[in-house]
Design a protein around this ligand. Structure first.
Ligand code: AMP
Length: 131
C-alpha cells in the first residue's frame, strides 16, 4: 500500500505544496514545530534515508538545500535546522525547520496551530522564493 507521502505526491491527499521536480517533493509539515516547517521527500518510496541509493540520496540533499534557501528567504529565522527521524511515516523525509535557538528543534515541543490560510500563505511565500 502507498505511503501517506506517496498519496500526497500523487494528489490523492491534500497538502501545502512548496516545491516539486521530477524526483523530489516538498510540502509543509501539518504539525509544524515552527512556521515554515517543511518536509522534503524523494518520490521513490524507501523507509530509511540511509538505504537510498547514492544518486537519490545526494539529489534529495541538493533539493533540500534549495528548499532551505527559499524557506530562509521567506520566513524570518536565524537558520534552517535539519532533522531526519522517520519514526512515524515509513517514507524518507527531511525536516527543514526555521529556528532562532536550539530549543526550537526539540521534536516533543508543542506544535504550532496555524490556520489553513496561514499555512497556504506560508507555502506560497516559500514557493515564490524557489523561482
Ligand atoms: P517522523 O516520521 O517521525 O519524521 O514524523 C513524521 C512527520 O510527518 C510529522 O512531523 C508529522 O506531522 C508529518 N506528517 C504526517 N502526516 C502528514 C501529512 N498528511 N501532511 C503533512 N505532514 C504530515
Amino acid at each position: 500500500m502507498a505511503t501517506v507521502f506517496t498519496r500526497i505526491i500523487n494528489g490523492e491527499i491534500p497538502c501545502y505544496k512548496v516545491a516539486e521536480d521530477e524526483n523530489y517533493f516538498a510540502f509543509l509539515d501539518i504539525n509544524p514545530l515552527t512556521k515554515g516547517h517543511t518536509l522534503v521527500v524523494p518520490k521513490v518510496e524507501n523507509d530509511y534515508i540511509f538505504n537510498l541509493d547514492d544518486r537519490t540520496y545526494s539529489g534529495l540533499m541538493l533539493f533540500a538545500k534549495r528548499v532551505a534557501a527559499a524557506i530562509e528567504a521567506a520566513v524570518p529565522c536565524k537558520r534552517i535546522g535539519v532533522a531526519v527521524m522517520g519514526m512515524e511515516v515509513p517514507h524518507t523525509h527531511v525536516h527543514l525547520i526555521p529556528i532562532n535557538k536550539e530549543g526550537d528543534m526539540v521534536i516533543s515541543n508543542p506544535k504550532l496551530k496555524l490556520s489553513d490560510e496561514e499555512m497556504r500563505q506560508t507555502a506560497a511565500m516559500i514557493a515564490e522564493k524557489m523561482k
